[in-house]
Design a protein around this ligand. Structure first.
Ligand SMILES: NC(=O)c1ccc[n+]([C@@H]2O[C@H](COP(=O)([O-])OP(=O)(O)OC[C@H]3O[C@@H](n4cnc5c(N)ncnc54)[C@H](OP(=O)(O)O)[C@@H]3O)[C@@H](O)[C@H]2O)c1
Length: 315
């Protein structure tokens, strides 16, 4: 099968399209013929060697978590999926493996695709929507009616964060640059702030959750913007964030870090919200598998509006 493999750390030129054997099917696994995958910023860090934990220097390696496609084979012990099912899924960021024509997955990483989404649209969903689900409902213990500030609302995570939090009954204040104000407003944000003109730390408003998707704030910088029992949640799993947030355990205002994991039950709930029209797909750009270096360069600009997806094969 075709796959994009890295055999060393480096810039986007180390992403090498090559032929390798198909993954083996385990008795509790599902083999998916991949139609689309997507690129997430963590994969740039993994490619360049800036995020080695916990896989280290093991090569060759296939990056990629998100995929959509059709079930090709099913292990003897698997229930709930059949060959021919149209699925989307997420392998953990540690496992990778999705920049390839076939991916082996566990049922706990899969869901049927939303019936109103194309394969391209479906491939952009899993990692970013699960991130917000686990950040907002998990880490921040969000309740309907609460006020959430989403910082970085126009990127891959942000465009779905705004829609998900609105669908869950939140009041959303979203930050982005003037380039994306119209887009973010169209996603349902109640208030949109252009961070190039407005000083977020001087807002003088209170939020139950400060969801720092872009990751350029800290609990210390925005604590005064949190309600009495408010939570600051970052998507940046740095040692500094874990340490400072650990120290907030005994405080009323908490600091949290989200580290996304595959979860089929949560993914199923998100798929239902898509089918109900509460979440619409936002695609920044589409590349072919052979153009993976260009797709990584697009993410590197930090200017993507929604998801960068990769066409792997026609189904
Ligand atoms: N911990 C986890 O499990 C987890 C999971 C997913 C993502 N992440 C991390 O979350 C971060 C965001 O991911 P992503 O996929 O959303 O990235 P992305 O798609 O590359 O984000 C691009 C967006 O960032 C916005 N942006 C650029 N500078 C900004 C600034 N100073 N303030 C606010 N927004 C700004 C841009 O909007 P403008 O052009 O309008 O500035 C653009 O739309 C990454 O660091 C990623 O690694 C972590």
């Amino acid at each position: 099968m075709k796959a994009v493999v890295i055999d060393r750390f480096g810039d986007s030129s180390v992403l090498n399209l090559t032929e390798i054997p198909k993954p083996n099917l385990s008795s509790d696994g599902v083999l998916v013929k991949v139609c689309y995958t997507s690129v997430n910023p963590i994969e740039l860090l993994q490619r360049s060697g800036k995020f080695k934990f916990p896989v280290g220097n093991s090569f060759p390696r296939i990056l990629g978590s998100d995929f959509s496609g059709v079930v090709s084979e099913v292990g003897d012990k698997v229930k709930g999926f059949r060959p021919g099912d149209k699925v989307l899924g997420m392998r953990s960021t540690v496992e990778g493996g999705a920049y390839a024509e076939y991916v082996s997955a566990k049922p706990g990483q899969l869901s049927l695709i939303p019936n109103n989404f194309s394969f391209a649209e479906a491939a952009g969903l899993p990692l970013v929507t699960l991130t917000t689900w686990q950040a907002i409902l998990g880490q921040a213990n969000f309740k309907t009616g609460q006020k959430v500030l989403v910082n970085g609302a126009s990127g891959g995570v942000g465009v779905y964060a705004v829609q998900l939090i609105k669908a869950l009954g939140g009041h959303v204040t979203a930050t982005c640059s003037y380039r994306n104000e119209h887009l973010v407003k169209s996603l349902g944000a109640d208030v949109v702030l252009d961070y190039t003109k407005v000083s977020i730390v001087d807002l003088g408003k209170k939020f139950d959750v400060f969801y720092d998707v872009f990751g350029n704030y800290s609990l210390g910088k925005v604590e005064h913007l949190l309600t009495d029992k408010g939570t600051y949640c970052s998507t940046i799993p740095s040692v500094k964030n874990f340490l400072t947030h650990g120290l907030s355990f005994f405080s009323r205002k908490k600091g949290k870090v989200v580290v996304v994991r595959p979860n089929a039950q949560q993914l199923g709930r998100i798929v239902t919200m898509c089918e109900e029209g509460q979440i619409k797909p936002i695609i920044d750009s589409t590349f072919d598998l052979s153009e993976m270096p260009q797709a990584h360069e697009r993410i590197r600009t930090k200017r993507a509006k929604g998801k960068v997806v990769i066409k792997v094969a026609d189904i």
